[in-house]
Design a protein around this ligand. Structure first.
Ligand SMILES: Nc1ncnc2c1ncn2[C@@H]1O[C@H](COP(=O)(O)OP(=O)(O)OP(=O)(O)O)[C@@H](O)[C@H]1O
Length: 311
């Protein structure tokens, strides 16, 4: 199985698809500077001055960008794919927000399994809270958890289909913002190499479950530079999505807003970042969830779709 679950506390970690990251623990400021320097070096090597400075787009170019270049990667959850007009749009960042156990990870795992099973490309799954579960992926692929029964997950040699899916999912544990910067940098280098080498099976879907677990702790109080780091992450993700036609899917958990209400952990300054935002609600004592479009580049907000999660 190519999926690896490396730690993020230091040393070296190697993942599938030739992705490799290596760093020694340093103090935080050194790590920020070093990471941002790596991005600058990559950009100097690979991009023209026009790319670096940015440019203005006219209406025709914007229309072309919105309608021609981008396709969607189906999540495999039919109702959600219909809701989103085909699935997770390539070149865009999609966010799912909702309270705990409302199916955010379920949508991530479904999307990863479906894209991998249909051999649409490689899926990079950045797991910030140990939510990636091979047995859940197996249940999604086979549509039942019976074969794993009380004994838990057992991979049999005959599970060739399962192995082929897992081979196309790179899972990396990322437990802090610095590790995230480094993984994203390695991903960009790998994608640029793929472009140059005309690589066959390249990453087409990047999932971060959950991005709020990495960003929420650094916003405010203790980290004065937290907000700018959050915006840097947002810019890097959108740049990767745009330049490599990736679908980026992130989850944003919810926290208490007082009086029993909840709100997304990444609030006002984040909400402008995603191209598409879905909020999940769940019926009381039921495993039926509802996804509602909060924001979409092409579709009206307020549209809903129901889907089922394991009880
Ligand atoms: N390992 C598992 N196997 C089967 N079902 C699970 C597993 N983990 C969670 N579930 C169930 O799947 C449903 C959706 O959970 P999911 O993990 O997708 O929620 P979530 O919104 O990602 O929650 P969180 O924010 O706590 O990560 C829940 O009813 C949960 O009980």
């Amino acid at each position: 199985m190519a999926a690896t679950r490396g730690g993020s506390g230091g040393g070296a970690t190697t993942s599938g698809c030739g992705l490799k990251r290596r760093y020694a623990p340093q103090d935080h400021e050194d790590r920020i500077l070093r990471t941002l320097l790596l991005w600058d070096m990559t950009n100097e090597d690979q991009h023209s001055t026009e790319d670096q400075c940015g440019r203005f787009w006219n209406g025709v170019e914007l229309l072309k960008d919105a309608t021609e270049k981008k396709h969607s990667l189906p999540t495999g959850l039919e109702s959600i794919d219909t809701l989103l007009g085909g699935g997770l749009r390539q070149g865009q960042l999609t966010e799912i927000t909702g309270p705990s156990s409302y199916g955010k990870t379920q949508i991530c795992l479904h999307s990863a399994s479906n894209v991998a099973a249909k051999q649409m490309g490689v899926v990079m799954y950045l797991d910030t809270s140990n939510s990636f579960s091979p047995s859940r992926v197996a249940t999604i692929i086979y549509g039942t958890s019976d074969q794993f029964g009380q004994r838990g997950f057992e991979l049999q040699p005959k599970d060739a289909r399962f192995k082929s899916v897992m081979r196309s999912i790179i899972c990396e544990s990322v437990f802090d913002i610095f590790a995230l910067f480094e993984v994203l940098h390695q991903l960009e280098v790998s994608l640029l190499n793929d472009k140059v080498n005309n690589g066959g099976s390249k990453v087409c879907l990047l999932i971060i479950d959950s991005i709020s677990s990495l960003l929420a702790p650094i916003i405010g109080g203790k980290y004065p530079q937290g907000r700018s780091m959050m915006i840097s992450v947002a810019m890097i993700l959108k740049k990767l999505a745009d330049e490599h036609n990736l679908s980026v899917l992130v989850t944003n958990h919810m926290v208490s807003a007082g009086n029993g209400a909840v709100k997304p952990a990444l609030g006002e300054s984040w909400k402008a970042v995603p191209h598409v935002r879905l909020v999940i609600s769940r019926e009381c004592e039921s495993n039926i969830c509802t996804a509602t479009v909060l924001k979409h580049t092409l579709l009206a907000s307020g549209r809903t779709a129901k889907f089922v999660v394991p009880s």
